[in-house]
Design a protein around this ligand. Structure first.
Ligand code: SAH
Length: 196
């Protein structure tokens, strides 16, 4: 019963674009996320020069942190405003190009080449377009996905990672009977059934 009230809820792409336009982005952490610092070793597992994926990336400053450590970052975000704010807030020059495989999509890439942000829906991506990743930072991503799309999201993510990859997932634990979110409540049992 607990997650029943959230199951049918949908946040549309237009609503997300509007949040960015209105500056309604309480989820953005200017200082970055303390849990990434805490579990950085788990993500990297002693490896360097990794390809790290940021699903539903917003303008997460952790992309800059990891790029500065020598990793190569790929993100996906439907709001072009968010993507542009990321580059301008870090004073990173970038170029912009169409993505031939996805109509209407654009790819924004730092001139240095180590940060590539796809501006499109995550559901438009596949490993043939973006390749596979050694690491994933999933914060505000699975928990932002509409409950009806979780299975599709998880299958895609499983497809986008290499065998020996590390996937850091941040969820929020609360009583869904008392709070309707955001973000969506994703119980541990569901994470087990989605990712195994
Ligand atoms: N991970 C970021 C942002 C979390 S908020 C952070 O930690 O700050 C979720 C983000 O997903 C929003 O910026 C929203 O615009 C974007 N988004 C929502 N649905 C999406 C979709 N289907 N494809 C790509 N991005 C999406």
């Amino acid at each position: 019963s607990d997650v029943g009230s959230q199951k049918e809820r949908v946040v549309t792409e237009e609503e997300w674009l509007q949040k960015w336009e209105m500056g309604n982005i309480g989820f953005h952490k200017e200082q970055g996320h303390p849990l990434l610092q805490k579990y950085l070793d788990v993500l990297l597992n002693g490896r360097s020069g990794l390809r790290i994926f940021f699903p539903l990336c917003g303008k997460a400053v952790e992309m800059k942190w990891l790029a500065d450590m020598g990793h190569s970052i790929v993100g996906v975000e439907i709001s072009e405003q968010a993507v542009k704010e990321f580059f301008s807030e870090h004073s990173l020059p970038y170029c912009e190009e169409p993505v031939p495989e996805i109509s209407g999509a654009k790819m924004f890439q730092s001139t240095s080449g180590n940060i590539s942000l796809y501006c499109c829906s995550i559901y438009d991506l596949s490993s043939s377009i973006v390749g596979k990743f050694d690491g994933v930072w999933d914060r505000g991503a699975l928990v932002a996905v509409n409950p009806r799309d979780r299975q599709r999201y998880a299958s895609l993510m499983i497809n986008l990672v290499e065998k020996n990859s590390s996937y850091l997932l941040v969820t929020v634990s609360y009583d869904p009977n008392k709070h309707k979110g955001p973000p969506f409540y994703v119980p541990e049992s569901e994470i087990q059934s989605l990712f195994g």
